[in-house]
Ligand binder design. Structure first.
Ligand SMILES: Nc1ncnc2c1ncn2[C@@H]1O[C@H](COP(=O)(O)OP(=O)(O)OP(=O)(O)O)[C@@H](O)[C@H]1O
Ligand SMILES: [Mg+2]
Length: 469
C-alpha cells in the first residue's frame, strides 16, 4: 500500500489544520466585513435621507422642489454627493425632482409601507444593470404624507471592496499555506534528522558492525535525544553480550576439542600395533576419562544454556541448608582425607525456600573447588548459620587463594586462574558460573574473600525462611 513518510504526514497534517483555520478565519472576516459595510452604507443613506426630509418638512408644507433640495444638499453636505441618487415625489405621487438623470422606480408596495410612516430599503436594478441600494422615507406633516424622499447609491462600491478583499484572501491564504508547508517541511526535516541517523547506524549494525554508535553530542534531552541514548545503550549491551557469546563459543569449542584430540591420539596410539590386554585397558581407561571430562563440560553447558533461556523451573520447597551441607560433608569426607586435608563441618539449622537439588549442587561445586585447590596439610571448613535474617553458607579453605585481579572474573564461564593446573584437576571452569546462577535464582548473592597463598572463603547469602513448615 502507498505509505507516506512521517515528514510528509506531519507536513500534511500541519497544512490541513492551518488551512482549515485560515479558511474559517477568512470566512469570518469576509462575512463580518460584508455586514459592517452594508450597515455603514445604510447608515449613510439614512442620514442623507433624514437631513433632506427634516429640512423639507417645515418650510415647504405644500411640497418640495428640486431647487430646494439642491440648496439643502449644498448647505448640509457642501457638494452634490458623489454616486448618490436623490429623488423626490410630491403628494400626488408625481416625480417632483431628482439629482442625476436616473428614475428610481417607486412600487405600490413601497408606497403602501411609506404611507404607514415606515422607511423602506430595497435593492433596485437600473436599466444599465447598475444595482442601487435605495432608501425611501415619507415626508409626513400633520399626519398627511406630502411626499417621498428617495436616496440611492450604487451597490457596486461595496461589491468592489468585498471583491478586493476576496482577491487578497485568495492570494494571501495559498501563499501563507505554501510558506507554512515549506516551513513545516523544514522543521519536520530538522526534527527527524536524527531518525535518519538512527536508520543509517541500524543498517550498519545489521551488516555486522556492532561498534557503531549514533552521534549523540549536541542533541537536546528531548524525545529524540532520549531515543538515541537508549538506542546506543542497547547496542552497547548487545555488543557486550555478542562479544561474550563469541568468546563463549570459542572457549566451548576449544574445551571440547582438547579431550577430543586426546581421545584421537590415544586411539591412534592403540591401533598402531597389536598390544597386550593390559595396555588396551590402560588406553580405554584414559579414553573413558576424556569422555567423562567431555560429558561434564556438556552437562555444565547444558545447565547454563537452559538457565539462560529461563527453561529451568526451580522447585519451591522449604530446605534445611544444614542438612544438605552435612550430606555433602559426609560424601566428600573420604576424598578430603585421601588428599591429606582436614574437613570440618559446623552446622546450625537454617531454612530457606528453594530447590534442594540445585542447592546441593551449589555446595558440592564450592566444596569441590576448596578441596581441589587446597594442598595437602591444609583444611577446609564448611559452615551454615543464620545472621540478621539471612541464611549463610561459608566454605573456607587454606588453599592457594585467588589473585586479586582474577577475583572479579572467576564467575565467568570457562575462566580458570591457572588453566593448565585446573585442567589437570579436571576443571572446565563452569562450576562457579553455575553456582552464581543457582544463588541468583534463589534471590541471594555470592561473594569471596581470598588472600593468595593463605586461602579463600566463599560466602553464600540466601533469604532466610522464617515461617513454620
Ligand atoms: N577455593 C578456591 N581456591 C583457589 N582457587 C579457586 C577456588 N575456587 C575456584 N578457584 C579458581 O576459580 C576457577 C574457576 O572455578 P570453577 O569452579 O568455575 O571452575 P573449575 O573448578 O576450574 O572447573 P569445574 O568446577 O567446572 O570443574 C578455578 O579454575 C580456580 O582457578
Ligand atoms: Mg569448580
Amino acid at each position: 500500500m502507498f505509505s507516506l513518510s512521517i515528514r510528509a504526514k506531519l507536513t500534511l497534517w500541519y497544512l490541513v489544520i492551518l488551512g482549515s483555520l485560515l479558511f474559517f478565519f477568512s470566512l469570518f472576516l469576509y462575512l463580518t466585513m460584508e455586514k459592517k459595510l452594508k450597515e455603514s452604507f445604510d447608515h449613510k443613506l439614512r442620514s442623507t435621507a433624514y437631513v433632506i426630509r427634516s429640512s423639507l418638512m417645515e418650510p415647504f408644507p405644500t411640497g418640495p422642489s428640486l431647487a430646494d433640495v439642491e440648496r439643502i444638499i449644498r448647505e448640509h453636505f457642501g457638494f452634490k454627493p458623489i454616486g448618490r441618487f436623490i429623488q423626490l415625489f410630491d403628494e400626488t405621487g408625481k416625480r417632483a425632482s431628482n439629482i442625476k438623470d436616473v428614475e428610481i422606480p417607486l412600487s405600490l408596495k413601497t408606497l403602501e409601507s411609506l404611507s404607514k410612516g415606515e422607511e423602506v430599503f430595497e435593492n433596485v436594478t437600473l436599466k444599465d444593470g447598475t444595482v442601487l441600494r435605495v432608501l425611501s422615507v415619507p415626508i409626513i406633516v400633520n399626519g398627511r404624507m406630502l411626499g417621498v424622499v428617495q436616496v440611492g447609491s450604487p451597490f457596486d462600491q461595496i461589491r468592489e471592496t468585498l471583491r478586493e478583499l476576496l482577491l487578497v484572501l485568495l492570494i494571501l491564504v495559498p501563499l501563507a499555506l505554501i510558506g507554512a508547508s515549506l516551513g513545516g517541511l523544514f522543521l519536520a526535516e530538522k526534527a527527524l534528522r536524527p531518525i535518519a541517523e538512527i536508520t543509517k547506524t541500524a543498517n550498519m549494525i545489521a551488516s555486522g558492525d556492532l561498534s557503531q554508535r549514533i552521534p549523540s553530542t549536541g542533541l537536546p534531552r528531548d524525545e529524540i535525544g532520549n531515543l538515541v541514548n537508549t538506542f546506543n545503550h542497547m547496542i552497547e549491551k548487545l555488543q557486550r553480550s555478542f562479544d561474550q557469546m563469541k568468546r563463549f563459543t570459542a572457549d566451548a569449542s576449544h574445551e571440547l576439542k582438547t579431550p577430543l584430540s586426546v581421545l584421537q591420539s590415544e586411539i591412534e596410539f592403540g591401533l598402531k600395533r597389536p598390544r597386550s590386554p593390559e595396555e588396551y585397558q590402560e588406553i580405554l581407561r584414559s579414553c573413558l576419562e576424556e569422555i567423562e571430562r567431555m560429558s561434564k563440560i556438556l552437562n555444565g553447558l547444558l545447565t547454563l544454556a537452559k538457565a539462560d533461556a529461563g527453561a529451568i523451573k526451580l522447585k519451591d520447597e522449604v530446605v534445611d541448608v544444614e542438612e544438605v551441607a552435612r550430606s555433602v560433608w559426609k560424601n566428600f569426607f573420604k576424598v578430603a582425607k585421601e588428599n591429606g586435608l582436614e574437613f570440618y563441618f559446623e552446622g546450625e539449622s537454617v531454612k530457606v525456600r528453594g530447590d534442594k537439588d540445585y542447592l546441593k549442587q551449589l555446595i558440592v561445586n564450592l566444596v569441590d573447588n576448596a578441596l581441589k585447590y587446597t594442598p595437602s596439610g591444609g583444611y577446609v571448613r564448611l559452615s551454615t548459620f543464620a545472621q540478621n535474617g539471612v541464611a549463610l553458607i561459608e566454605i573456607e579453605d587454606t588453599g592457594e587463594g585467588i589473585p586479586e585481579e582474577d577475583q572479579g572474573k572467576i564467575f565467568d564461564r570457562f575462566f580458570r586462574v591457572d588453566k593448565a593446573r585446573s585442567r589437570e584437576k579436571g576443571g572446565a571452569g563452569l562450576g562457579l558460573s553455575i553456582c552464581k546462577w543457582i544463588v541468583q535464582a534463589h534471590g541471594g548473592e555470592i561473594s569471596l574473600k581470598s588472600v593468595p597463598g593463605q586461602g579463600t572463603t566463599f560466602t553464600v547469602r540466601l533469604p532466610l525462611f522464617q515461617g513454620t513448615s
